[in-house]
Design a protein around this ligand. Structure first.
Ligand code: NAD
Ligand code: TYD
Length: 342
């Protein structure tokens, strides 16, 4: 099975590449990644020379490049992780979110339509459903799409394009909508790695608003296993929610991190709330449990401990990210294969 994995140098994508190579000996992976600020080849040093893995630097919105790769490799499946993924950045500038999350997805869908694949997995998010009140039931796959941030709106737009390409052109698209992931190699702009690394540097921990927004935290390896199962067993045209049922208020998460690190609560600083800040996400995951046979295996307590241990053991990784030195890996790739990467 030949897979095109896009965005494989990012957080979830790099965990997925590693998981897939280790657990699916018959899978060959081409990783197409633009290496934006969020893409880091240091996330993949251990598999860089793996015989079933190849890296291509490029943009999923680059029609010619994507067509060339499809023609050359005749992919059986696509797993699209490539995206602009940070809500706060989408508030500052939504344009790159439209380019990659909407136009890029259309380019991939078009290539899949023209050259044919057996599965096209679009990695989406629970944020497309909008926000829940404290007593609302969790979102099901049938819940309406009510995105509130430009990020969520761009992901919802991609989901709708995926649906249309399945209905109109028969592209075998499957959408996964997962809750908030955490674990090794997450870029320290997201809540958990930002709080761990700031605490390790004795810097303030900025908590938005009253800190009582709720997220359902999913350990990244559980998501990777779910996505791999969807590649193998998912039904085209279907949507699968993926969540751990581990709802926590942000402030609880931050306090748990400080306890694990032996750092004082006085590092917590309440700051101005994010505009349009969704109050609560929660997912009903009965469908993927029933139809695919997946369930989460790592509790939040266990996953957070593993994550904190990883950031403690991999200080050079996140120090290079925070200082910007990690960009040298991307610079080394600039211009290779003559690809226009911007
Ligand atoms: P990330 O920001 O860590 O990584 C994104 C990767 O995509 C980077 O390697 C980046 O270089 C690459 N990329 C960006 N634009 C590109 C382009 N135009 N062409 C090729 N590559 C490009 O993101 P992540 O947290 O790993 O998320 C991966 C996917 O999962 C995203 O689609 C995101 O919407 C979705 N998701 C993430 C979470 C989460 O909690 N992190 C939860 C649900 C869904
Ligand atoms: P984030 O990791 O950005 O994920 P998302 O917004 O996609 O859920 O944020 C998770 C939660 O943490 C969200 O409610 C916003 C909050 N948050 C903070 O309170 N402070 C921060 O510095 C960040 C980055 C997030």
């Amino acid at each position: 099975m030949r897979l095109l994995v896009t965005g494989g140098a990012g957080f979830i994508g790099s965990n997925f590449v590693r998981f897939a190579l280790a657990n699916h000996p018959d899978w060959e992976i081409v990783n197409l990644d633009k290496l934006t600020y969020a893409g880091n080849l240091a996330n993949l040093t251990d598999v860089a020379h793996h015989p079933r893995y190849a890296f291509v630097r490029g943009d999923i919105a680059d029609r010619d490049l994507v067509a060339r790769l499809f023609q050359e490799h005749r992919f059986d499946a696509v797993v699209n992780f490539a995206a602009e993924s940070h809500v706060d950045r989408s508030i500052l500038d939504a344009a790159p979110f439209i380019e990659t999350n909407v136009k890029g997805v259309q380019v991939l869908l078009e290539a899949a339509r023209e050259l044919g694949v057996r599965k096209f997995v679009q990695v989406s998010t629970d944020e497309v459903y909008g926000s829940l009140g404290p007593d609302d039931p969790p979102f099901t796959e049938e819940s309406p799409l009510r995105p509130n941030s430009p990020y969520a709106a761009s992901k919802a737009a991609a989901d709708l394009l995926c649906r249309a390409y399945h209905r109109t052109h028969g592209v075998p698209v499957i959408i996964t909508r997962s809750s908030n992931n955490y674990g090794p190699y997450q870029f320290p702009e997201k809540l958990i790695p930002l709080m761990i690394t700031n605490a390790l540097e004795d810097k303030p921990l900025p908590v938005y608003g009253d800190g009582r927004n709720v997220r359902d935290w999913l350990y990244v390896e559980d998501n990777c296993r779910a996505i791999a199962l969807v590649v193998a067993k998912g039904t085209p045209g279907e949507v699968y929610n993926i969540g751990a049922g581990e709802e926590r208020e942000n402030i609880e998460v931050v306090r748990a991190i400080l306890r694990l690190l032996g750092k004082p609560d006085s590092l917590i600083t309440f700051v101005q709330d994010r505009p349009g800040h969704d109050r609560r996400y929660a997912l009903d995951t009965a469908k993927i449990r029933r139809e695919i046979g997946w369930e989460p295996s790592v509790s939040f307590a266990e996953g957070l401990e593993r994550t904190v241990r990883w950031y403690l053991a991999n200080r050079p990784w996140w120090e290079e990210v925070k200082s910007g030195a990690y960009r040298r890996y991307a610079d080394e790739w600039y211009g290779r294969l003559g690809l226009p990467v911007g």
